[in-house]
Design a protein around this ligand. Structure first.
Ligand code: ZN
Length: 472
């Protein structure tokens, strides 16, 4: 009987040409047979990373995710946790990068999208920048590299199918990081150019229609004792109440011809720092509540904001979160100089402020790899980690500490794949437990990536037909 009805619907559909509901029913029947655990196969290059964030926001039953897709353009998809329906991915803008096959560096990767939902429900992304180029005009806050930072907004609230690009943020931006405060104010943080540039924010008080001029908070500066410039890598996030919290490390941006290091310019980064921006009064302070003069210089950073001096090993990607009392935890990847024999993926070091001092945790049993952290209380912290095991298995797992970092235990494996590895996003904002992090699977022989949305029940599944976007 059911088969009869089904066949009837097909023939009706053929007769009526374009009968949507019948078509949907047919594809539903096909789909139920072939579900996959990724939601899209058109991630491209390092499709997500910790730095450009958030890559995902949960709001009112739906998780919205953004990533870098074909030609380095930004893509946005959404998942409704109640109806279990996926939408997208939709191309949300066009990047100036990723279009020139003659470039030496094939995939730039700096312009992947950060995503935000404003208080009127419009979905925003910032994307496409790697410092801008000379032909874009004069960069008064730094130097140039590539791309053009852009801001795109959904045409309708909570609807990711149509977008418009707005020319209202500085095109010299890169490493975009979006934050919305409880009162709806939007902050877009980014580096205003290439390595030798200030880090700035632009603030919007009208749901991203207009933004203030860029305000510097980390200063790039010529060094006088060696042939280099001060440069920075911050990671910016919501603190408690009106606070924005920042973890950052220092890049010694050496000149290419260099007396101190024959290698010239290298991705050398050291130390880990922490500071707080009180958005209520616009003042910056250190962990001891001492006011900081902005933009922060290397000298003041060392004097007032240091979590840990790491002068010999190299650092990468600081991250931070606070406990309910406002005491911060900070983590950073640490490993030997790129030329050292032990060199390989770095291992996370974790520190927490106990009200008096920074305590270093014991992370010796954490596998080497990138991670984000979630602080529940002064003593409870979880680290979401990507790593590759010795037998070439890529893994995303969670490691918990219930004793303030004295020890960490592996509590969950979200995803495992043989002969592959993963790149991960920062944790999704305000996450549904089923959708905490976005990951892209690195596969041999292709620049395309399968994209996964992972939560406490593993990956959220999708019909193979819908997830295979590239074949469309
Ligand atoms: Zn540099």
């Amino acid at each position: 009987m059911i088969i009869k009805q089904y066949l009837l619907k097909i023939s009706l559909c053929v007769l009526l040409l374009g009968c949507d509901s019948a078509k949907k029913e047919i594809s539903k029947n096909e789909n139920s047979k072939t579900e996959v655990d990724y939601f899209a196969d058109n991630g491209f290059g390092n499709a997500v990373a910790l730095v450009q964030h958030p890559s995902g926001v949960y709001h009112n039953g739906i998780t919205y995710v953004a990533y870098q897709g074909p030609l380095e353009d930004p893509y946005v998809a959404s998942y409704n946790h109640e109806t279990k329906e996926w939408k997208g991915p939709f191309k949300a803008g066009i990047s100036e990068m990723g279009k020139d096959p003659s470039r030496k560096k094939k995939i730039d990767n700096h312009g992947k999208p950060a995503l935000l939902i404003d208080n009127a429900g419009y979905v925003h992304i910032a994307f496409g920048g790697h410092g801008g180029m000379r032909h874009h005009g004069e960069n008064t806050l730094g130097n140039y590299s590539y791309g053009k930072n852009l801001h795109a907004v959904s045409k309708k609230p909570y609807d990711i199918s149509e977008w418009e690009t707005r020319d209202n943020v500085s095109l010299f931006g890169t490493y975009s990081q979006f934050i919305k405060m409880d009162n709806g104010d939007i902050y877009l943080f980014y580096r205003h150019g290439a390595h030798r540039s200030d880090w700035v924010y632009q603030k919007s008080m009208d749901n991203g229609v207009t933004f203030s001029e860029p305000v510097s908070f980390l200063k790039h500066k010529r060094r006088t004792n060696i042939e280099a410039e001060d440069s920075w890598y911050p990671w910016v996030s919501r603190g408690n109440a009106d606070d924005i919290i920042v973890a950052f490390d220092y890049h010694i941006c050496r000149d290419n011809v260099n007396a101190q290091d024959a290698r010239g310019h290298i991705p050398e980064r050291h130390n880990v720092y922490y500071m707080v921006f009180d958005t209520k009064n616009g003042q910056w302070k250190n962990v001891k509540n001492e006011r900081l003069q902005m933009p922060l210089t290397k000298e003041m950073a060392d004097e007032k904001t240091l979590v840990r001096s790491i002068p010999n090993d190299w650092t990468f990607q600081g991250i931070t979160d606070v406990d309910p009392d406002g005491n911060p935890h900070v983590a950073v990847l640490v490993g030997p100089d790129i030329n050292a024999r032990r060199s390989g993926p770095k291992r996370l070091q974790h520190f927490r402020w106990d009200g008096q001092q920074w305590l270093k945790s014991n992370t010796a049993n954490l596998p080497r790899g990138d991670g984000d952290l979630e602080v529940t209380s002064a003593t409870e912290v979880s680290i979401y980690l990507e790593n590759k095991t010795s037998n070439d298995v890529g893994e995303i797992s969670r490691w918990d500490s219930f004793n303030g970092g004295e020890s960490f235990q592996k509590s969950k494996v979200f995803l495992q794949r043989e002969n592959s590895g993963f790149v991960i996003s920062s944790l999704i904002d305000n996450p549904h437990p089923d959708a905490r992090i976005i990951v892209a699977e690195k596969e041999e022989g292709t620049d395309f990536r399968k994209m996964y949305l992972l939560g406490d029940n593993g990956p959220i599944k999708r019909s193979k037909k819908e997830a295979q976007v590239l074949n469309d």
